[in-house]
Design a protein around this ligand. Structure first.
Ligand code: AMP
Length: 430
């Protein structure tokens, strides 16, 4: 026998009924985002590798270790191939599109959301995949349109709290920090580097590397022995300049007024280079080690670093895989069984079944059409196992009289009903 071909490591098939939960999440997301006036953007999965090198940053784990990237075949022999990458995140693509299509010429702020797959070559484990899905949103625009306002940050965070509430997810924590800006961060980084010089030899190998390449990431370290050392390192909050400090205070003030609970976590730095000022993460206890459901922050200099005009912005990305896991671990969303199974009895009935199915589906009924060659008992058993709620028996007599035997498969009750009544009876009341 030929070798079985399986889904690639770190990728997975999403099957029904689980896809029902995914659809439930996505429609709730679209509903909630709509009332905050967000509109959808869809950017390509393939991008120029440089986009991520210049935005996410070459020293980050994502770009240095986790990217699926390759040199594409050159169009002509004299040319070099272009380096392409599967997107590891979507903010860079959205900001590229903002610049490429001059979206700043449109009035007000751009409020854009996306839903789609992202790719990172990480070590797969529960809640961590190589192809995973993110739901994200970005608010971006000229300063004159108010893009730097702390009210934008607070509104985005409040929208997330509303979304989680709408999905019935409780027990989340919003962790919040300010990572400063181009004015104050270099000063802080220097202080951090200086402090690390004396202690880094006692830290884990990863921290020793990070101290050189990306010292902020030392604050992210989870190794227990390193924790007392990290606690004593300088804190960003002591280095914020006046404008960043006021900005952060204002975000907190508005959140408090809206009764959105949060915790200031001075060690929250997030992995990507482009973040400035507000940085945040929502975590959830049910998720185990990979407990972040979503993360985000401000990126006031990102557009300029990609060659665009000044366009401060803020955004987040929800890990959809983890959001779905949280739902399944807490409430669980019921699968949606079909409403009615049509069991055609006897030769020549398939076409009548097809006709009736077409009529009922036109009225929004979810129909499974059986086959005239199936035995009635077998049909009813199959329908019951599939969780279909009603079976409709369709034989020559029924077609001639217009009266059909409709069986409720959970109670076993059977009634004779006219054709026009079927849809009303089998459709679940909303
Ligand atoms: P990030 O873009 O790293 O800030 O990630 C934002 C969110 O995406 C995280 O909070 C996770 O919920 C989710 N996420 C990131 N990487 C993965 C992964 N490899 N597998 C599943 N979800 C992920």
């Amino acid at each position: 026998m030929a070798n079985l071909i399986k889904a690639v490591r770190g990728t997975r098939d999403l099957l029904p009924p689980e896809t029902g939960t995914w659809n439930f999440v996505e429609s709730a997301v679209r509903d909630v985002f709509r009332v905050y006036n967000f509109q959808e953007i869809r950017t390509p999965i393939l991008e120029d590798l440089q986009l991520f090198q210049r935005s996410v940053g070459e020293e980050t784990d994502i770009v240095s270790k986790e990217m699926f990237a390759w040199e594409d075949r050159a169009r002509a022999q004299s040319e070099k191939g272009q380096w392409l990458a599967l997107r590891p995140e979507n903010t860079a693509g959205v900001v590229r599109a903002y610049i490429e299509h001059k979206l700043w010429e449109r009035p007000g702020l751009q409020r854009l959301y996306y839903i789609g797959p992202q790719f990172r070559r990480e070590r797969p484990q529960k809640g961590r995949y190589r192809q995973f899905y993110q739901i994200g949103a970005e608010v971006i625009g000229p300063t004159a349109a108010g893009s730097e306002s702390p009210a934008v940050d607070a509104e985005l965070l409040e929208m997330l709290a509303s979304l989680l509430e709408r999905l019935g997810i409780q027990g989340w924590t919003l962790n919040l920090n300010s990572v400063g800006c181009a004015n104050d961060r270099p000063v802080y980084l220097q202080a951090l580097r200086d402090a690390l010089k004396d202690v880094v030899h006692a830290m884990c190998a990863d921290c020793q590397r990070r101290a050189e390449t990306n010292p902020l990431r030392v604050l992210d370290c989870k190794v227990p022995q390193d924790q007392p050392i990290i606690e004593k390192l300088p804190r960003m909050s002591d280095y914020l300049d006046e404008s960043c400090r006021t900005h952060f205070a204002e975000v907190q003030k508005i959140l408090t007024a809206m009764e959105v609970p949060f915790v200031v976590d001075h060690r929250l730095v997030r992995g990507l280079d482009y973040y400035t000022r507000t940085a945040f993460e929502f975590t959830h206890g049910a998720l185990g080690a990979q407990n972040a459901i979503l993360g985000g922050g401000r990126y006031d200099g990102l557009s300029e670093s990609l060659g665009g005009p000044p366009a401060p912005g803020i955004g987040f990305a929800i890990g959809e895989d983890r959001l779905v896991m949280t739902l399944q671990e807490s409430a669980g969303v019921a699968a949606h069984p079909a409403d009615v199974y049509i069991a055609p009895l006897g030769a020549g009935m398939n076409m009548h079944a097809a006709k009736l199915a077409r009529e009922l589906r036109g009225k929004g009924v979810v129909v499974v059409a059986g086959d005239e060659s199936f035995k009635l008992k077998k049909s009813l058993e199959t329908a019951s196992k599939m969780g279909v709620r009603f079976a409709l028996i369709l034989g020559e007599n029924e077609v001639n009289s217009g009266q059909f035997a409709l069986k409720n498969l959970s109670t076993g009750e059977q009634a004779s009903v006219g054709k026009t009544e079927i849809a009303g009876i089998v459709t679940p009341s909303k």
